[in-house]
Design a binder for this molecule. Sequence first.
Ligand code: NAP
Length: 316
Amino acid sequence: MKASFIHSFGSPDVIAEGDLPSPSIGADEVVVRVEAVGLNPLDLKIMTGVMQQVFPVEFPYVPGTDFSGVVTKAGDNVSEVRPGDRVVGRTSPNAGGALAHSLAIAAADLCMIPSEMSFEQAAALPTAFGTASQSLIDVGGLRRDERVLIHAAAGGVGIMAVQLASDAGAHIVATASARNHDLLKTLGADELIDYRVDDFTQIRDIDLVLDSIGGETLEKSWSVLRAGGRIASIAEFAIRERKGLAGQFVFFAEAKRYLPNAFRMFEAGRLQIVIDAIFAADETRAAFEKLATGHARGKIVVRMGSGHANPANANE
Ligand SMILES: NC(=O)c1ccc[n+]([C@@H]2O[C@H](COP(=O)([O-])OP(=O)(O)OC[C@H]3O[C@@H](n4cnc5c(N)ncnc54)[C@H](OP(=O)(O)O)[C@@H]3O)[C@@H](O)[C@H]2O)c1
């Protein structure tokens, strides 16, 4: 089967395209013909080799965890899905495997895609929506009328976080470059800070910070918290509580748990899935180079299936 894969660590230049053996399945697994793949910064980090301690991978390694597609074959014990079903899921980062014609996965890890959601939209959800939900709601405990500061609000996680926070009835302060402010206002942000120009530490009395940047941004974020405030960081694993302020690292792992809420919000018109660009299957290097700029607006998606990449539809 056709796949994009790496034989060594490095920049997106190491990605090759070619043929790999088709997947085989056990009794609880299915084969999915992949239609679309949502890229994540973790895919890039794994590609460079810096994640080998956390997510060791073997070569050839097929990058990509977030996928949507169609079930083509089901193992003997599978009752959750059938061939022909449209599904979305996330593979483990060690396994990767999404940027291929087909992949094998446990049926229990899949969700059915709502009929009005496209493959591209579905593939954009697992990591971004799940991480935003886990950070803001499960770990952050965000409540109605609280003041939340969302860093990198225009990114894959940030755009989902703004909409989840809006849904929760919070007052949202968001950092993003100016070109993204109008979009973020329409998604529910109340106050925008252009982090390139203005110092976000001017704001005060924040109950919860979602930190996806780490480093100096995280360090400065403590000063904007009110007494008893908290930081949920998806960037700094060594974060600890400080002077009565809570600080917790969020390690996202369980996509399926959050997808039903994404579907509910989408069907109710309360979740916009923002896709910056859609690349074709033979453009995976270019797709990763775009992601590597660190300035994607929403998600970067690769269209694997028979449909054509259509940048004109990218923001629908
Ligand atoms: N711990 C976990 O389990 C977990 C899970 C998911 C993601 N993550 C990590 O979280 C980070 C964000 O992920 P993502 O998918 O949202 O990435 P992304 O989509 O690549 O983020 C891109 C966005 O970051 C914004 N940005 C860049 N530098 C910024 C700064 N200094 N201040 C504010 N915004 C800035 C850009 O905004 P502008 O274009 O407006 O400048 C752009 O919209 C990544 O490092 C990722 O690896 C961790």
